[in-house]
Design a protein around this ligand. Structure first.
Ligand code: AHR
Length: 539
């Protein structure tokens, strides 16, 4: 899986040559590092919930049909109709939770279309994503089966925009009531006597837009109405997720939450934040990359501000904040979409850096978040897998896949603060998450992004260099832990548009990287546009 990246390779790549020459033997006698941070292993932020690394799959382009689901009669290798390569790769990655069926699609989806004998299911027009016709062969049972195969917790998005409280209530009963009711017995007759025990229920999607074009108070009122009938069936209490804003829309959150006064609060509250790019995925310039990567500062301040707002309504912080759609959204060439499906987007070295910036934020704001879902799982936007269209046999792991894999060791650990390391104006802002300080920032310039987490015996540090031109030589001082030994892994390519294609699926992968570890210090060199994780045994 991993191969070693040598100093020679860096030197060949050019950009990193000077620093590579300085490291690693006798590293602390080498020229002074150009970034210094303090890792506070003696302090805690909160649990890095595995759910921060969750996913989202919508009926859109070739994400579900052709990506995940090829059908049992397909010539493409499959497990009960699910693309085998996708199942294998996703199992290896580990998918804590999976949101489905949308997205915009959710508010035009009627779950009854997707149950019963496949041949009898109705053909439906997907009005949001190009009016193509779906045969409804991927429905509730298929989704649950897929979740079980890859080990993911299912997270449904119910239809509010064109649906009814009755429809959502019945879907919950169908999934969760053990036996003896007409709906539970219908589920059993459809092949699943055991209840699905689905916990997570999104009450609509993007209620401010494709989910019904509500105003915030109207969306709050809808939540109240739908929640009244969303009951515990059997032993599964539904965890309802209310529709929050796009980005950091504070008016939306105030309006929505005010409308809930005196009624049941949601279990979770979801926001969406895409990082738009101005160029096609394979044509990014350093300038365009910088502009896109800088959006992540706003993601972090949005999380902090939305959490603060929610805390005003819910001082005991019971409501979980979800970022259930995020990721880079580039200018996708029409030719790619015509060939492979709507919103089919390649992931590049830049996308991996973007993923690293997001995942670092989630660690740093671990106490404020509950679940985050990258958009989307296969073929659409910042996906972890790409196929060559719905009929294509090829399935590659994207650079984003490897970025998620690189961060996997953080799951379940306790996030700890990291101080310093960024341009002076950012200090106390990004690292502490102080929104006031973030708003006073000078015009952005991407700088080192870092997060750390620990268990009793291991410290994990992830570092991202989002600069397209500057290498970073980082010294991490440790407080509260003594390092015994460590290893580093990196994702790096000297071309910011490098990607894993069907011809060259292993171009951008995780490789071993040199790191110097002393009892109280770690030192690592990060070439421009790279991300690395250092895993250290500590006492
Ligand atoms: O992920 C693509 C779309 O982006 C989703 O359907 C919608 O929720 C968002 O606007």
């Amino acid at each position: 899986m991993t191969s070693r990246i040598t100093r020679r390779q860096f030197a060949r790549a050019g950009a990193a040559a000077s620093l590579a020459a300085a490291l690693p033997r006798g590293v602390f006698a080498a020229p002074a590092p150009n970034r210094k941070v303090l890792i506070r292993a003696d302090s805690e932020i909160g649990l890095v919930r595995p759910e921060f690394h969750s996913h989202f799959a919508e009926h859109l382009g070739s994400c579900v049909y052709g990506g995940i689901w090829v059908g049992p009669k397909s010539p493409i290798e499959n497990v009960e109709g699910f693309r085998k390569a996708a199942v294998d790769y996703l199992k290896e990655l580990g998918v804590p939770a999976l949101r489905w069926p949308g997205g915009c699609y959710a508010d035009d989806y009627h779950w009854r279309d997707g149950i019963g004998p496949a041949a009898k299911r109705p053909k439906r027009v997907n009005i949001h994503w190009g009016n193509y016709v779906e045969d409804s062969s991927f429905g509730t049972h298929e989704f649950i089966r897929f979740c079980r195969l890859i080990g993911a917790e299912p997270y449904f998005a119910a239809n509010v925009g064109s649906g009814s409280p009755e429809e959502m209530r019945d879907w919950i009963e169908y999934c969760n009531f053990p036996a003896g009711s007409a709906l539970a017995d219908e589920r059993a007759a459809n092949g699943s006597p055991e209840p699905f025990r689905v916990k997570y229920w999104g009450v609509g999607n993007e209620a401010w837009g494709c989910g019904g074009n509500f105003r915030p108070d109207g969306a709050g009122a809808e939540f109240r109405r739908f929640a009244s009938y969303a009951r515990t069936f059997g032993d599964t209490k539904p965890y309802l997720v209310g529709c929050g804003p796009s980005g950091n829309d504070t008016k939306w959150t105030r309006g929505f939450m005010d409308a809930l006064a005196g009624s049941r609060l949601p279990g979770g509250y979801s926001m969406h934040f895409y990082e738009n790019g101005s160029l096609p995925p394979l044509e990014f310039t350093p300038q365009a990359a910088m502009e896109q990567l800088n959006i992540f500062r706003r993601v972090e301040s949005a999380i902090v501000e939305q959490r603060t707002l929610l805390d005003g309504y819910d001082p005991n912080r019971k409501i979980g904040l979800f970022l259930d759609e995020w990721g880079v959204w580039d200018r996708i060439p029409k030719a790619d979409q015509d060939r492979y499906g709507a919103l089919w987007q390649q992931s590049t070295m830049r996308s991996a850096v973007a993923a690293g910036l997001g995942l670092n934020i989630f660690n740093r704001q671990a106490d404020k978040l509950y679940m985050c879902n990258i958009a989307q799982m296969v073929n659409v936007l910042q996906s972890v897998l790409l196929t060559d269209g719905p009929e294509g046999r090829n399935c590659v792991r994207t650079t984003t896949y490897y970025a998620f894999l690189l961060f996997k060791p953080h799951r379940g650990k306790t996030a700890v603060p990291v101080e310093g390391g960024v341009a002076p104006a950012m200090e106390g802002a990004a690292l502490t998450g102080n929104p006031e300080a973030i708003h006073r920032l000078p015009p952005p310039k991407p700088d080192l992004s870092i997060s750390a987490s620990r268990s009793a015996s291991e410290l994990v540090v992830s570092l991202v260099n989002p600069s397209a031109g500057d290498d970073m030589d980082v010294e991490c001082e440790l407080r509260g832990a003594r390092a015994r030994q460590g290893r580093a892994q990196i994702i790096y390519d000297s071309d910011l548009n490098a990607h894993n294609s069907f011809d060259d699926p292993g171009r951008v992968i995780i490789r071993a990287h040199e790191v110097a570890v002393e009892p109280d210090k770690i030192r690592i060199m990060l070439p421009a546009m790279s991300l690395a994780t250092v895993t250290v045994e500590v006492e």
